[in-house]
Write a protein that binds this ligand. Structure first.
Ligand code: PMV
Length: 327
């Protein structure tokens, strides 16, 4: 049976990937650092079969026929090419968290598809090779493959741009609370936004600073220096936002409600509660704190009427095969 199922975590970037130097290979303009999230998961089952005459995709019970199906088919083509076969596939996927709201469902989605698809065809790849293959479908997906805290090396060609674990998931007892202020889907897809980065006058400034920033974030994790780490990751998300805001056309993903939560996070720090924010391409925030403080912080956040839902995650393993097929 040419069938396999994988579970992949989404990840939150502490140093962000924003802009590509090669569109086709999805080579990023800079390296990035992230953490896998234990409670933002995609499970995907892939079955190749001679009985199928086209690829099909179902996500959370909904049959998908738009360009998301094409993107999945393109990735299945890359996998089929390795094995030199032409069998079509049925793909069924479940996310346990909202899609297209800035929570990186494409990272977990394409990481799960990469592992389930290759494993269904009996293709044995190293972890590094899996990250390279996942990167072709969605850049941030490569960081969801290895365990724990992950670095994506920008590289200069297809084989040198890969991700690897830099610290295991149990290295540091921190937590990520996703704060959902709205489930509205973003109107500008990430891929389009990434292309506009060259129009920002601040891109050069950012790229010069990146290697130093990567070292500082790695050092803060290594030393488990939470205050230093928090300051660095907050500044980094605001820097990415500045690139977006100064691109043509400008991009704004944050909502007024997002800014209300940001102000509250600052207030919590003034009350000696160490918590920092970071965000991606959406209105929803990730709050990072020590694991021991997360329940206290969440109960305080609950008084903000802007917050619709909170999802708590801890650093987690990367993408794994499971025997629990979805069909
Ligand atoms: O992989 P993409 O194309 O969805 O880009 C993700 C980019 C950010 O989430 C904004 C930053 C990152 O590094 O995850």
């Amino acid at each position: 049976m040419l069938k396999s199922t994988a579970v992949a975590p989404s990840n939150i970037a502490f140093i962000k990937y924003w802009g590509r130097k090669n569109e086709e290979l999805r080579l990023p303009l800079n390296g990035s650092i992230s953490m896998n999230l234990s409670n933002l998961l995609t499970t995907t089952t892939v079955e190749f079969s001679p009985a199928l005459n086209k690829d099909s995709l179902t996500i959370n019970g909904k049959i998908i026929t738009d360009k998301s199906l094409q993107r999945v088919s393109d990735h299945l083509d890359r996998i089929r090419q390795i094995k030199k076969i032409n069998l079509k596939a049925k793909v069924v996927s479940e996310n346990n968290f909202p899609q297209s709201t800035g929570l990186s469902s494409s990272a977990s989605g394409f990481a799960a598809l990469t592992l389930a698809g290759t494993s269904a065809l009996g293709i044995k790849l190293t972890e590094k090779e899996l990250t390279i293959l996942a990167r072709l479908a969605s850049g941030s997906a490569c960081r969801s493959i290895p365990d724990g805290f992950v670095q994506w090396h920008e590289g200069h060609d297809h084989f040198s741009s890969y991700a690897e674990s830099i610290f295991p998931s149990d290295y540091w007892q921190i937590a990520d609370a996703v704060v959902i202020v709205s489930l509205e889907k973003k109107t500008v897809p990430t891929s389009l936004g990434q292309r506009g980065v060259y129009t920002s006058p601040f891109l050069d400034v950012r790229l010069k600073k990146i290697p130093g920033k990567i070292n500082l974030v790695k050092k803060a994790i290594r030393m488990r220096n939470f205050t230093r780490f928090g300051e660095l990751i907050e500044a980094e998300s605001l820097e990415m936002m500045s690139l977006m805001a100064t691109s043509r056309p400008p991009l704004f993903y944050l909502y007024p409600e997002t800014l209300t939560v940001i102000s509250y996070v600052r207030q919590l720090r003034e009350e000696s509660m160490p918590v920092y924010f970071t965000f991606n391409t959406g209105q929803n925030l990730h709050l990072i704190c020590m694991k021991k403080d997360v329940n206290d912080i969440v109960s305080r956040l609950k008084k903000l009427s802007e917050i619709k839902q909170i999802i708590i995650s801890y650093p987690s393993a990367g993408t794994k095969i499971t025997g629990r097929h979805l069909f």
